[in-house]
Design a protein around this ligand. Structure first.
Ligand code: ADP
Ligand code: MG
Length: 635
């Protein structure tokens, strides 16, 4: 007798559910897609407890006829394809006919629906895959699907659900992806009676992007379009002055469906090469439209990945379209000076000019060569540079550092110079506080000569020889240690806002920020939910006062979202400290007064590892006397 038996349908469905229904967000995605396929003009999504208690999707679509109710929740039953040929020309979001059956097998589901040709609606309850009786009921036009107690009958899987906030983050992301793709449909999202999102119908995609993502980004978008053979690429990419620390703002829609495609992400970063700093990701909202026969969407249960028939051609089309577009766009026109409020705005103008020149050079080179590798920047390790010696500095008591440019006491020598500071020698030929200056100061027995060169390096003499110090890297290190100590001691200086400031974020960003509320309060950042995707900032660290609360929150959200699945609170805190210190530190290109140079060099003595910035780059290079002698052929 044979041992193989056909599995009963309820087990088949449970197995399918394992693939299709990973978490509550998957249910939201499937139900919303069905509502879109049904031609709805409005889709309202309500969830309770991160979706584990309830997910309800109400739509205004064409509804389900009483005859179709039972089939709708039967697996491999669909109204969307009829033959295997249709499988290669799918024009709807769904077609596998297994979503409702899968969801129904692992939840208590209630379906209510009415079609336009009927006065009366119908209602059906399915519990763990077992259908009850179809009963008539009053019902608005369209369909209401409620999913209660998701995974209640698969306790092991239910245990894998994460915190409400985390699940809500996934739900908002799934919701956003669909809302972004269909600007003409009105979408709302409500969590535990709190309205999280409300996107009324709009005419243009750009308006929907503004509503969901950020009006400033929407304003800066550069439109792109190209048609090659049967493939149309269109949409927007952000100006390089807007970028993110992760690739979450790279939206790619294929025939109205959100997809992730490694190769096309690569084409995108390739197009931005040289325009963004390493570690920054472009922002894009792109759509591909092609005959469904040119793409197989049936390679992934949630249809997130697809297989293109002409993958190479699409790659080249995307890259080529963007490059051509960048070359014909004055990308530099919007490059803002880094800090307009800084007294050095003339100096910032120089930097803007330099940036502009850099972009022009880049574009010319790209156009001329279209080659791959760019010349690697020289490492700076010229012959004769000795490695930095192991830190021999004792960790002294930390002086409060007052190097922050924004600190009004910054230029006040009285607060900065230690009592043992001695004569300063300034260059008498140049007047003005930003002249190159040569203060010398005796610190802890070491003679320090501080001099700034090229607006970015400080040169100093120590017992070891001649030291060249990267001013930004050193300041960043100094600030990092200082802030870390304050955070651990709970003494961060905060700046309370008289009127708390509301900041609009994307749904996923909002969830991430609220999730990290406790951690943020350690950093003197107080945030609260203000309903929807608005967060109220009531205080933030004084040292970051050159960031607006919106900039601060956006950068934070970036950092939080790129933190991966289970960001360890400690690592996250450390990352934020890095970000803060990098942001607050003086930059390469900032011309320093001699007081500033002196103060910075002195702080060098007090930091635990003054030889490396928090990113691990060296902060200083030492030329020992032997090295110098060798270079000058004295030995
Ligand atoms: P698929 O979407 O792949 O066809 P589903 O299991 O998601 O499979 O849905 C099964 C069928 O139920 C659909 O083909 C459609 O006919 C019907 N259906 C599901 N949701 C809705 C809805 N919101 N409005 C109208 N019909 C729906
Ligand atoms: Mg479906």
């Amino acid at each position: 007798m044979g041992l193989i038996e056909q599995l009963p349908p309820h087990i088949v469905n449970k197995i399918a559910a394992g693939e299709v229904i990973e978490r509550p967000a998957s249910v939201v995605k499937e139900l919303m897609e069905n509502s879109v396929d049904a031609g709805s003009t409005r889709i309202d999504v309500t969830v309770e407890q991160g979706g584990s208690q309830l997910i309800r999707v109400v739509d205004t679509g064409r509804g389900i006829t009483p005859e179709d109710f039972a089939l709708a929740v039967t697996s491999h039953a669909t109204s969307k394809i009829r033959s295997d040929d249709d499988l290669f020309s799918v024009g709807t979001l769904g077609f596998r006919g297994e979503a409702l059956a899968s969801i129904a097998s692992v939840s208590r589901m209630r379906l209510k629906s009415r079609t336009p040709d009927s006065e009366l609606g119908h209602e059906l309850e399915v519990t763990g895959g077992q259908s009850g009786d179809l009963t008539p009921c009053g019902c608005p036009l369209g369909t209401i699907i409620e999913v209660h107690d998701l995974l209640y009958n698969t306790p092991v899987r239910r245990k894998f659900l994460r915190t409400t906030q985390t699940e809500m983050g996934h739900i908002t992301e799934a919701f956003t992806r669909i809302a972004l793709a269909y600007p003409k449909i009105h979408f709302t999202l409500t969590h535990n009676t709190r309205s999280v999102a409300d996107y009324p119908p709009v005419e243009s995609w750009r308006e929907r992007i503004a509503a969901i993502i950020d009006p400033a980004i929407a304003d800066s978008l550069i439109d792109v379009e190209s048609v090659e053979d049967d493939i149309r690429l269109f949409g927007y990419v952000a100006h390089p002055s807007h970028s993110r620390g992760n690739n979450r703002l790279q939206y790619l829609l294929l025939n109205g469906r959100f997809i992730r495609d490694r190769s096309l992400q690569h084409a995108l970063s390739e197009a931005y090469r040289g325009l963004l700093l390493t570690g920054r990701f472009p922002i894009s909202f792109l759509q591909l439209e092609m005959p469904p026969s040119l793409v197989d969407v049936n390679v992934h249960p949630t249809k997130m990945e697809v297989r293109f028939r002409e993958a190479g051609q699409i790659y080249r089309q995307l890259l080529g379209t963007l490059r051509t577009r960048f070359l014909t766009t004055d990308l530099t026109a919007r490059m803002q000076p880094v800090d307009e409020k800084s007294p050095e705005s003339a100096h910032d103008a120089d930097r803007t000019a330099a940036l502009r020149q850099e972009v022009v050079n880049w574009a010319t080179a790209e156009l001329a060569t279209q080659t791959e590798g760019r010349p690697a920047p020289s490492s700076g390790e010229g012959g004769g540079f000795a490695g930095t010696p192991a830190s021999g500095y004792a960790t002294g008591p930390h002086e409060p550092l007052r190097l922050n440019r924004l600190d009004p006491s910054w230029t006040s020598a009285a607060t900065m110079s230690p009592p043992h500071a001695t004569a300063e020698v300034t260059d008498p030929t140049v007047a003005g506080e930003h002249a190159a200056s040569n203060p010398s100061v005796e610190t802890a027995g070491t003679r320090l000569i501080g001099m700034q060169v090229l607006d970015r390096y400080l040169i100093s003499e120590t017992e070891d020889g001649l030291v060249v110090i990267d001013q930004h890297a050193l300041h960043e290190r100094v600030l990092y240690e200082q802030i870390r100590e304050k955070v651990l001691a709970g003494t961060m200086e905060t700046q309370s806002l008289l009127v708390p400031e509301p900041v609009d974020l994307s749904a996923a960003e909002t969830a991430a920020v609220l999730d990290a509320k406790e951690l943020l309060s350690k950093l003197a950042i107080e945030v609260d939910s203000f309903g929807g995707n608005t967060i109220l900032v009531s205080s933030y660290p004084a040292m970051l006062s050159n960031w607006s609360p919106a900039e601060l929150l956006r950068n934070l959200a970036d950092q939080l979202l790129s933190g991966g699945k289970a960001p360890d609170a400690r690592d996250l805190l450390d990352e934020l400290l890095h970000m803060f210190s990098c942001k607050a530190a003086i930059k390469a290109g900032d011309r320093l007064t001699h007081d500033e140079i002196t103060a910075l060099l002195e702080q060098r003595e007090y930091v635990q590892d003054s030889h490396h910035c928090p990113h691990g780059r060296p902060t200083s290079l030492v030329f020992s006397r032997d090295d110098l002698d060798k270079q000058f052929k004295r030995t």
